[in-house]
Structures are given as C-alpha cells and as structure tokens.
Unconditional design. Structure first.
Length: 361
C-alpha cells in the first residue's frame, strides 16, 4: 500500500469522487472504512469478529463510536480518506486499482488460429483472438465442419489476450446462438446507459458445443463462454474464469498516477453479472498454464490431436519378424512413442462429446 501513502490528499479526494459513481460500491465503502477504523481502536475493544462478519447496523455503530470518541478528530479525518481508498481496493479487487499514468497495459501475444478435426468425432477450434481476422477464419471453419457433417465442436477459449470492449463476444456468439435472442447486457452505473446485445443473424452451427475455459479466460472470452452456455446449451470444461468481464477507464490523479475504475460490466440473462465471480465450468479440470502453453506451441506444428489421444506403442508383429526388427525395443519405437504431454482438459471434452453422442443414439 506504499502508493496510497504517496498520494496527495487532493488526489485521494479526486479518486473518491470518481469511484463513488460506480455501482455496488456502497457496501465496499462501508466495510473499507469500518475495517481500517476498527484497527485503530482494536486495542481498546475486545472483539474476535472480522469486519466482514458485521451487519450494516454494527458497522454504522462502530463508525459513530470512532468518530465521536477518537482522541484526534483531525487525525481521524485524514485516516478516513486513506481508509476509504484502501478499503475500496481491498474489497473490489481488480475493479479499482492505482496505476502509473504513462504505463501501457500489458498485452499477451496470444496463440495463432488453429482448427482440426479430431478422430472424426469433433471439430476443434482455437481462435487465438476474438478479432475480425479470427472471426473470418472461424466462420469458414464452421462451414467446413458442417459440410463434413460433424455433429460437435470444441471451442478453446483458453489463453486468449484481453481486448477492450465486448464486440468480439457478440460476433462469435452469433455463430452458435438462435436468432433474435438476448446474448448479454453491458451495464453501466447509470441504468439509462445499459446496452442490450441481441443476435440479428442465424446460427452457422447448431450441434453439440463444448467450450474450454481456465483462469486466463477473461474479458470478452468469458462473456462468450457464459453466453454460449446460456443460449447455445454449451458445456464448459476446465477451470473458473478470471471474473474480469468489465471495461475500465483511467482517471489521472497527478504525480504520474491514475486510478483505474471498472465503469461497465457484462451480464447474461441466466448467469447474471460475471464480475468479479467469473464463470464456473460444468466439468472442473485443473491444468497448469506452463503445460498448456507448451502444448499450444507444439500443436501449431504437430496438430492438437497428438496431445488428446493416447497412442499404443509399436508391437512386434509378422512384418517386423520378416524384416528382422523389433519395434518394441528399437530406436524407431521410441521416436514414434506418444508424447508425455497430454491436454487433459481437451481429453475430458472429447469424452463428453463421445458420451453425448452415445446417449443420442
């Protein structure tokens, strides 16, 4: 919290004026102030309860007691401003933060677009990004899958870089969702600024849809995941998403600092607001980022199917006997052995596709 101590009083007051315009901050403000005031009087009041365990009436009483009885009103007023700022940041997580004014947001390079048919059962698509270029490839691939009568698509939304806005979420969702339905809503503090996003086109694919997600699925990608589950009956496999389906705005504080505030959030009709809870998968599969990225890198050269199926090693057979070789112990066998890397998230998705296909017969 060193950066809070360096902020001027004017900067903190400007921050408060901006932040207080956002929705859902009232409770966070109360808890933030109460929490840090109670630290000041903790030695005088014996209590085993955390601030979060207090109800609104108890919080108000604690504040009134501190304001009326603390030995220095001036010191209390100064501490109150910083307490409010610290409380907001602690309670609202990524929704409010202090950043360097000139700092450029970190952007991941992402992975290139990849599409593949897996064992004739499902079409796999990793868009890499949710931009217009990926959308063109995406739609062409879906039509190709349809021509091959594939009944299932696995959409991989892991590791997609964060981009501002939610236009990508809408355009990709339209390829799966029924025409005329509400995809999601973009909500701002002022209810009159609410924007409802609907599907104005017919879906390209209407078969079984499985979406892969993880903690790096955020922003547009997690809005897309929730929208597809609500509107296209998609099953989600993987880990909970980041809970960052918001748009941010930066407001300068002076001294090279700015406050970054979440000014709008996306919500779906069934899932509700996605910030800060994120999207929970239907089937939980934990998978570390390092292994995922290794597979993503190699899949671009060797195909993703190599990491989704277990391949039996070569066995001694009649042809090997005629050739006087033993593939079970030769160097040739070790070269053809299946890789040790396995995408267990994708494997569970394929299992799901197989199970759904079985019950549909």
């Amino acid at each position: 919290m060193r950066f809070l101590q360096e902020l001027t009083t004017e900067g903190a007051e400007f921050f408060l004026k901006r932040v207080l315009k956002a929705r859902h901050f009232r409770k966070a403000i109360v808890l933030g102030i109460a929490g840090l005031f109670l630290i000041s009087v903790a030695q005088a009041v014996e209590s085993n309860h955390s601030v979060d365990s207090l109800d609104d009436a108890q919080v108000q009483k604690a504040l009134e007691a501190a304001r009326a009885n603390f030995l220095s009103s001036e010191q209390l007023e100064k501490a109150g401003q910083r307490a409010l700022l610290q409380g907001l940041i602690l309670q609202l997580g990524p929704g409010v933060s202090i950043v360097e004014t000139d700092a450029k947001p970190e952007t991941a390079a992402g992975f290139p677009f990849l599409a593949e048919i897996l064992d004739g059962r499902a079409g796999y698509i990793r868009p890499g990004k949710l931009d217009s270029s990926a959308l063109t490839q995406f739609e062409t691939t879906l039509k190709n899958f349809g021509e091959k009568s594939l009944g299932a698509v696995i959409l991989d939304l892991r590791g997609i870089p964060v981009e501002p806005g939610f236009d990508g979420s809408a355009e990709f969702a339209k390829r799966f969702c029924p025409k005329g339905g509400v995809l999601f809503t973009v909500q701002k503090p002022n209810a009159k600024q609410e924007r409802i996003v609907t599907n104005d086109g017919a879906p390209v694919f209407e078969g079984v849809l499985v979406v892969l997600i993880d903690s790096d699925t955020q922003g547009q990608a997690e809005v897309l995941a929730a929208t597809l589950r609500d509107n296209a009956k998609a099953m989600l496999v993987g880990a909970p998403t980041a809970g960052a389906a918001v748009e941010f705005a930066d407001f300068p504080l002076g001294g090279g600092r700015s406050v970054r505030v979440a000014v709008s959030q996306a919500s779906t009709p069934k899932s509700g607001g996605l910030f800060p809870k994120g999207v929970s998968p239907d089937i939980v599969v934990r998978f570390d980022r390092e292994t995922r990225d290794k597979i993503f890198d190699q899949a671009g050269k060797e195909g993703v199917g190599r990491f989704a199926f277990d391949v039996d090693p070569p066995r001694l057979n009649e042809a090997a006997l005629v050739a006087n070789t033993n593939p079970e112990i030769s160097g040739e066998a070790s070269e053809k052995e299946a890789p040790t890397l396995r995408d267990t998230v994708l494997q569970r998705a394929l299992d799901l596709v197989t199970a759904i296909g079985f019950f549909k017969k």
